[in-house]
Design a protein around this ligand. Structure first.
Ligand code: SF4
Ligand code: SF4
Length: 70
């Protein structure tokens, strides 16, 4: 089950990762982050993440700290 980890303290709610994920597995959460906006949240109920790392590469704040392929 591949997965990513988003650091809530680093996310600035730009949503570039939301747009880039080919599987649409990253969404706005209900948690307010450092910019006063909702931070991004990984949501993969059906184990669709392919560990492509596009989300981590696009994040300008290096908030996606892990991409684990399994
Ligand atoms: S690693 Fe790829 S598939 Fe998985 S959440 Fe990031 S962009 Fe989406
Ligand atoms: S790209 Fe990075 S900073 Fe932007 S919403 Fe995603 S995790 Fe947060």
């Amino acid at each position: 089950m591949s997965h990513i980890k988003i650091d809530n303290n680093k996310c600035k709610s730009c949503y570039l990762c939301v747009d880039v994920c080919p599987k649409k597995l990253i969404k706005k959460s209900e948690t307010i982050g450092k910019t006063g906006e909702y931070i991004a949240q990984f949501c993969d109920k059906n184990n669709e993440c392919i560990a492509c790392a596009q989300c981590a590469m696009v994040c300008p704040d290096i908030a996606i700290t892990e991409v684990i392929k399994s």
